[in-house]
Design a protein around this ligand. Structure first.
Ligand SMILES: Cc1cc2nc3c(=O)[nH]c(=O)nc-3n(C[C@H](O)[C@H](O)[C@H](O)COP(=O)(O)OP(=O)(O)OC[C@H]3O[C@@H](n4cnc5c(N)ncnc54)[C@H](O)[C@@H]3O)c2cc1C
Ligand code: SF4
Length: 514
């Protein structure tokens, strides 16, 4: 055999670089379902099911395309349980001259597979992942010599280079950024009527996977009763169409809004399909721009969406691959608290966290503001060790792959990189959640977002002030946060002590647990 083509669970694209020059007479595609990928973090059932269902559908697509494939199922007798062990066995069986793969999305996996190739004395040809607008080398060149990295500059560079939302040399509408238009909350009546997102009833392959996951990973978090994620390229394209006509026109305006029992609002739900490579971000961005050019969606919405998909997505990937492995161990604020156990069950009496955690467990999904300003904010204010927060995010969301999850968690959400990814910690009190949910979440809560001390003080608010006190020196050095610590001067010693005492009670788990 000439080449063994390694295909990982997030590389489900018939046109991936690993298949360039594929010759069915000499080459063999190789895929393996292994327990380690679901247990190295305590993966949620929706995430495990999505990966396995999409892999099994992709195996069908490979066979239909006439590409020979060796596929190991999780339940196959003798499954060795790890990618490395399964690959070593496949090498022993087929004796290929070389191994080929598209660059993986996880540093740990790349090291493991390199180790197998080295042990077998085989070359491992790691090819560019074409599912991105930019290469890691492009990002490294952009970052070189800059004292600070900022999304905005990278985003503009990519828009220019790929002629996205450009009118000649100028940004469409004469403005790069419509952030100011994209921060609205809903009024007291809540979100306007909106169509449900595109859902896909599980077919026989997915139903088998659901049965398998329920029995094999019974103790893992999350549920599968509502599993309806796209698991094939055809379904992913349908989900894209559905979003462009349904959600996109309102996406920007309410991008940061929260509302109870509204998991999707106007978000696309496309991250998992893009991360598994069922959809190319280029086709997603092109579809959004086409809607704007056709007058079907306002520029502020389309720019907001493009900023996420072209901007943030490529930015975090660049940070991950240029900074690993050291990045994964960062803890700039020296946060050492354990993650509360109720993150895995949703058993908290804080209405905003309860709502976000319940939908996370039910669907494997929360939208960005829920991840950043509810679950992420609480962990940051509490002082949870960032690696524990990372393990949780990597486990519970269906779209979680380390290249995108880790910088978002460690960098954007926990400020554990000390400001590489974001220019300041994303901190706020319960008043932010009250405002962005039009009051709806706090109204249904036993706590008061305006109170920082007392029996009904909102834990976010108490912890916010405690955070300012604990990190006063760091925050005072940052021009973007210096104003926040100035507010501390208004607190007397007695109030400071009361905030500290209540924050300690929250940290000990005496507050917030249902
Ligand atoms: C702590 C934390 C952890 C996160 N973990 C992940 C993760 O594991 N996987 C993941 O894909 N995204 C992650 N994100 C980013 C973002 O929250 C999700 O991409 C988004 O919520 C997915 O839902 P959607 O497809 O409906 O997105 P939409 O709101 O419709 O946004 C459109 C697309 O933009 C991209 N995008 C938006 N924000 C980001 C971002 N900050 N970084 C990268 N891409 C972005 C996604 O591909 C998304 O599909 C995380 C954010 C935070 C704060
Ligand atoms: S009062 Fe505090 S804990 Fe309750 S919903 Fe509002 S922000 Fe969340």
């Amino acid at each position: 055999m000439r080449s063994l083509i390694i295909v990982l669970g997030d590389q489900l694209d018939l046109d991936a670089a690993a298949f360039d020059g594929f010759d069915p007479a000499q080459d063999l595609a190789w895929m393996a379902e292994v327990a380690e990928e679901s247990t190295h973090v305590w993966s949620g059932q929706p995430r495990i099911a999505l990966f396995l269902a999409a892999m099994r559908h992709f195996a069908e697509a490979l066979r239909a395309a006439g590409r020979p494939l060796q596929y190991t199922r999780l339940e196959d007798p003798g499954n060795r349980g790890s990618l490395a062990a399964e690959l070593a066995a496949a090498i022993g069986q087929h004796r290929p001259q070389r191994l080929v793969m598209t660059a993986p999305g996880d540093w740990r996996v790349l090291q493991a597979l390199r180790g197998v190739a080295d042990a077998a004395g085989l070359p491992l040809d790691v090819r560019e992942d074409r599912h991105f607008f930019a290469t890691v080398r492009d990002f490294a060149a952009h970052a070189k010599g800059r004292r600070q990295l900022r999304l905005e500059y990278w985003y503009r560079e990519l828009r220019r280079r790929h002629a996205v939302l450009m009118d000649g040399d100028e940004p469409a509408g004469g403005q790069w950024n419509f952030d100011a238009d994209n921060r609205e909350a809903f009024g007291p009546q809540g979100p306007p009527p909106h169509p449900p997102p595109a859902g896909f009833a599980p077919d026989a392959i997915t139903r088998d996977v659901i049965t398998l996951v329920r029995s094999r990973f019974a103790g893992h978090p999350g549920r599968l009763d509502d599993f309806d994620w796209p698991v094939t390229r055809t379904q992913a394209l349908q989900a894209l169409d559905h979003f462009i006509t349904g959600g996109l026109p309102h996406f920007g305006r309410w991008q940061d809004a929260l509302w109870p029992r509204e998991p999707w609002l106007f978000h696309s739900r496309l991250s998992a399909a893009m991360n598994l490579k069922l959809l190319h971000p280029r086709e997603v961005v092109q579809a959004a721009e086409a809607a704007y050019r056709a007058g079907a969606a306002p520029l502020a919405s389309v720019e907001g969406f493009v900023r996420q998909t072209l901007g943030w997505r490529e930015y975090v990937r660049g940070i991950y691959w240029t900074r690993m492995p050291a990045y994964g161990g960062l803890n700039a604020l020296d946060a050492q608290q354990d993650l509360p156990a109720w993150y895995w069950t949703g058993a908290t009496d804080m209405a905003c966290l309860h709502d976000t955690l319940q939908q996370t467990l039910r669907f494997g999904y929360a939208h960005h503001i829920q991840r950043l300003m509810v679950t992420g904010l609480y962990a940051l204010l509490l002082g949870v060790q960032p690696q524990q927060v990372h393990a949780w995010y990597l486990a519970v969301y269906v779209d979680a792959v380390e290249w995108v999850e880790l910088p978002n968690t460690l960098g954007m959400s926990q400020f554990a990189d000390g400001g590489v990814m974001a220019s300041k910690p994303y901190i706020a009190s319960g008043k932010y959640i009250e405002r962005m949910s039009g009051g709806s979440l706090c109204k249904a809560c036993r706590y008061d977002p305006a109170a920082r001390i007392g029996a009904t003080a909102c834990p976010f608010t108490t912890l916010y002030w405690s955070f300012l006190m604990r990190h006063e020196a760091v925050l005072a050095r940052n021009p973007r946060t210096v104003m926040l610590v100035r507010n501390l001067a208004r607190l007397g010693n007695a109030e400071r002590a009361a905030i500290g005492a209540r924050a300690e009670a929250v940290r000990r788990g005496e507050v917030g647990v249902a």
